[in-house]
Design a protein around this ligand. Structure first.
Ligand SMILES: Nc1ncnc2c1ncn2[C@@H]1O[C@H](COP(=O)(O)OP(=O)(O)O)[C@@H](O)[C@H]1O
Ligand SMILES: [Mg+2]
Length: 251
């Protein structure tokens, strides 16, 4: 089966000589559902931007849907990491969802596509609401609707559950499972405990790919947990990296 996402030997940094990703292999099969976990600054958001073709790796190859990522971008839905920016300008929830369409314009067709996506996510009733007055969970669904409105084959989400209250989490994971029937999902998250019950594979990234495997395999899950346990016990990503210097650490 062809992979939806395939990275081979990818290295990248924002400054010369400072690796953010080092020799990373990463594979998501079509229909897959993968969580990417790891310490702060481990390169998770950077990895998503490389899959979107927004950043060009120093070395290695990236294929998305069998194509160079920039050419596949219109077939990828992306929910960026919440910036904390206030949605203070006068846009409705419906406007936010329509931004996910090429041109982002408020044509009749765009409106009806946006509305039916919002219906699917159970937020059609919010369409006229000022985007800035949505709750965390409602805003999250509006951003997911924006990512889905163009009918992508792959959905990339960067810490989507961060701003959702605990009661909202379970219905969020139910929604993801339902979407995963038709869309390949890659989700960056801190919430290892929650995701390990839901996703099909887990990748633990700390500049190097520490582990990458089926979430149901206890050993892989344990090692994945180890990745975040290390973070708690040692404090800094560099100490975590120290353990893996055999495969290439930073600095
Ligand atoms: N635009 C940028 N310019 C320079 N450094 C950056 C930029 N974005 C991220 N970084 C750095 O790259 C590293 C990885 O960041 P990021 O991919 O956001 O990690 P994560 O999402 O795992 O927390 C961090 O050290 C961060 O400070
Ligand atoms: Mg991030």
């Amino acid at each position: 089966m062809r992979s939806a996402v395939s990275l081979r030997g990818v290295s990248f940094g924002y400054q010369p000589g400072r690796y953010v990703l080092r020799d990373v292999d990463f594979e998501v099969e079509t229909g897959g559902y993968t969580a990417v976990i790891g310490p702060n600054g481990g390169g998770k958001s950077t990895l998503l931007k490389i899959m979107l073709g927004l950043l060009e790796p120093w070395t290695g190859t990236v294929e998305v849907l069998g194509l160079p990522p920039a050419r596949a971008r219109h077939r990828i839905g992306y929910v960026p990491q919440a910036s904390g920016a206030v949605l203070d300008f006068p846009v409705s929830a419906l406007d936010v969802v329509m931004m996910g369409l090429p041109g982002g314009r408020s044509t009749k067709r765009a409106r009806s596509a946006a509305l039916s996506t919002m219906e699917r996510l159970g937020i059609a009733g919010l369409s006229g609401m000022h985007a800035g007055s949505l709750s965390g969970g409602q805003r999250q669904r509006a951003f997911i609707a924006r990512a889905l409105v163009g009918s992508p084959e792959i959905l990339l989400l960067d810490e989507p559950a961060a701003s959702v209250d605990p009661e909202g989490q379970e219905s969020f994971y139910e929604l993801m499972a339902e979407l995963n029937r038709t869309v390949t999902i890659v989700m960056v998250t801190h919430d290892v405990g929650a995701v390990s019950n839901h996703v099909k594979t887990i990748a633990c990234l700390s500049t190097v790919m520490v582990s990458h495997g089926e979430s149901l395999e206890t050993e892989a899950v344990a090692r994945a947990y180890g990745c975040s346990v290390d973070l708690v016990s040692h404090g800094t990503p560099h100490r975590v990296l120290g353990k893996h210097e055999g495969r290439g650490g930073n600095d």
